[in-house]
Design a protein around this ligand. Structure first.
Ligand SMILES: *[C@@H]1O[C@H](CO)[C@@H](O)[C@H](O)[C@H]1NC(C)=O
Ligand SMILES: *[C@@H]1O[C@H](CO)[C@@H](O)[C@H](O)[C@H]1NC(C)=O
Ligand SMILES: *[C@@H]1O[C@H](CO)[C@@H](O)[C@H](O)[C@H]1NC(C)=O
Ligand SMILES: *[C@@H]1O[C@H](CO)[C@@H](O)[C@H](O)[C@H]1NC(C)=O
Ligand SMILES: *[C@@H]1O[C@H](CO)[C@@H](O)[C@H](O)[C@H]1NC(C)=O
Ligand SMILES: *[C@@H]1O[C@H](CO)[C@@H](O)[C@H](O)[C@H]1NC(C)=O
Ligand SMILES: *[C@@H]1O[C@H](CO)[C@@H](O)[C@H](O)[C@H]1NC(C)=O
Ligand SMILES: *[C@@H]1O[C@H](CO)[C@@H](O)[C@H](O)[C@H]1NC(C)=O
Length: 397
């Protein structure tokens, strides 16, 4: 019986990972989230009514627990029991609404093997960085004889924006360790540790093996540049007579009453227009001095792609109101992240530096504050695809 169990687990392990990893005994999920004292519906409704940014969360959580020393009366935390001398697969999911997070385990290296359900070239790190909507799978080896080790998640925010700066904590507990044992702690990076985040992101590469090739589009049919910005539109009923909105190429999305796919299929007029701009309508120094007019254009506009066409999309942050790291998700697609940089995208020089060999493949990517990210994909999943900014305020607008 014991043999059979072990065999099943090894088969599972080889199924999960394209290379042989002996001794993965089991996997654990770490669902990292944000928690508000108030009802989250009340938070978003308040923000929509006032036109201001929603309140930041009151705590970060790991599998629903904020962990010790958060000043909470109820001191509960998530504990993972492990045995010495094994390899464990940890699946880390950022289920937070707003915050990019650092994730770290005291005394253990994390070997990254997969992000957003695609294999990566394995690499070892102390700290991972994960944006809302992203998943990261790592292996850890329990190479201590005993002990309790802190598992922690804290925010990454390198823009001058208010963020929930609390650290969520859990514990890795070696079997046989006394409960009274002091937990080995670790220091977390400061919230503005941009260099650390950049180095982690730059280390992510597709596995690109014979069995799992990286099929990066080399010939591009649509070359798009989207600015990702905040803006301020008039709102007579709001606190300041204005509302903070998000815009892509200066368009703030208006949610239609009829589904876009339905309108397309039944040819219902007046639901959307076909004129989403493939490039910013006004060119300026996106990460430099901003125009004084922060207004955006409201609309339900789509950009049409022929089936099986190839797309290069550069997502450019701007300094409108403030530069900010925007997690972007393309619904229903994986894409390759072929480049990333600070400042304004320079099509002549930055394109030459793209990684078209083994770029990481994923479905959610962070656009760096005051920088840009370039993605490539093949339009082979027909439908009305949202390219959304994964922040609640932005979606609600
Ligand atoms: C948001 O924060 C403000 C200031 O702390 C507080 O007065 C307000 O009640 C909060 N809103 C909700 C819905 O909790
Ligand atoms: C977290 O933010 C609060 C309020 O903005 C601040 O008082 C506190 O010093 C910050 N803590 C850390 C560790 O940065
Ligand atoms: C990060 O923030 C700290 C404290 O606010 C500041 O002293 C430091 O210069 C900042 N580091 C960077 C790289 O901006
Ligand atoms: C909106 O009003 C608040 C409070 O009255 C103020 O602190 C803030 O600076 C105003 N923001 C804008 C963008 O006008
Ligand atoms: C854009 O603005 C940045 C920041 O102010 C500046 O460093 C850069 O030189 C500007 N670029 C151009 C082309 O003016
Ligand atoms: C965005 O659109 C608004 C409304 O049409 C316009 O006033 C503003 O100048 C535009 N801004 C940019 C940067 O294109
Ligand atoms: C999509 O395009 C690729 C590359 O040109 C081609 O190999 C493939 O057959 C096309 N697929 C379909 C379904 O048309
Ligand atoms: C690209 O880089 C070269 C060499 O540094 C420079 O001369 C050229 O002006 C750059 N091109 C653009 C469009 O910035």
């Amino acid at each position: 019986m014991a043999m059979m169990v072990i065999r099943v687990m090894l088969v599972l392990a080889t199924f999960l990972l394209p290379f042989s990893v002996e001794g993965i005994v089991r996997h654990y999920k770490f669902n990292v989230g944000e928690w508000w004292k108030s009802d989250t519906e009340a938070i978003i409704n308040e923000a929509l009514k006032s036109g201001l940014a929603p309140n930041v969360s009151d705590a970060h959580t790991i599998n629903g627990f904020s962990g010790l020393s958060q000043g909470c009366a109820l001191q509960e935390e998530f504990t993972v029991k492990v045995q010495p001398g094994n390899t464990y697969l940890l699946r880390i999911i950022n289920a937070a609404l707003n915050d990019e997070l650092f994730f770290k385990i005291a005394g253990h290296k994390l070997t990254v093997v997969e992000v957003d359900a695609t294999y990566t070239k394995p690499f070892k790190t102390d700290t991972i960085v994960i944006a809302p909507g992203q998943t990261t799978n790592v292996l850890i080896t329990t190479n201590h004889a005993a002990g309790k080790y802190l598992v922690a998640a804290s925010p990454f925010m390198d823009a001058p924006i208010v963020v929930d700066n609390r650290t969520a904590m859990a514990t890795l507990h070696y079997l046989g360790t006394l409960d009274s044992t002091i937990t080995t702690l670790t220091s977390l990076p400061p919230k503005n540790a941009t260099a650390l985040a950049t180095s982690f992101i730059d280390n992510l590469r597709s596995l690109n093996s014979e069995k799992y090739p990286a099929r990066v589009p080399l010939k591009i049919d649509h070359n798009l540049l989207f600015t990702v910005s905040l803006g301020i539109n008039p709102c007579p009923t709001c606190v300041n007579g204005s509302r903070v909105v998000a815009g892509i190429n200066n368009v703030t999305f208006v949610m239609p009453k009829i589904s876009l796919l339905q309108a397309h299929f039944f040819n219902v007029k007046g639901v959307f227009t076909d004129d989403f701009p493939g490039n910013p309508p006004v060119l300026y120094n996106f990460t430099g001095t901003q125009p004084t007019n922060f207004k955006t254009t409201k609309g339900t506009r789509v950009y049409r792609l022929a089936y099986n066409s190839t797309v290069q999309l550069v997502l450019q942050d701007t300094g409108m109101i403030a530069p900010e790291n925007h997690p972007i998700h393309l619904h229903g697609f994986n894409f390759f992240v072929v480049g990333r940089g600070q400042g304004n995208f320079n099509s002549e020089n930055d394109t030459k530096r793209f990684n078209l060999v083994d770029p990481v493949e994923r479905n959610t990517v962070g656009v760096p504050a005051g920088g840009w990210t370039a993605i490539r994909f093949r339009a082979d999943n027909p439908g009305m695809i949202f390219n959304s900014i994964l922040l609640e305020l932005r979606k609600s607008n």
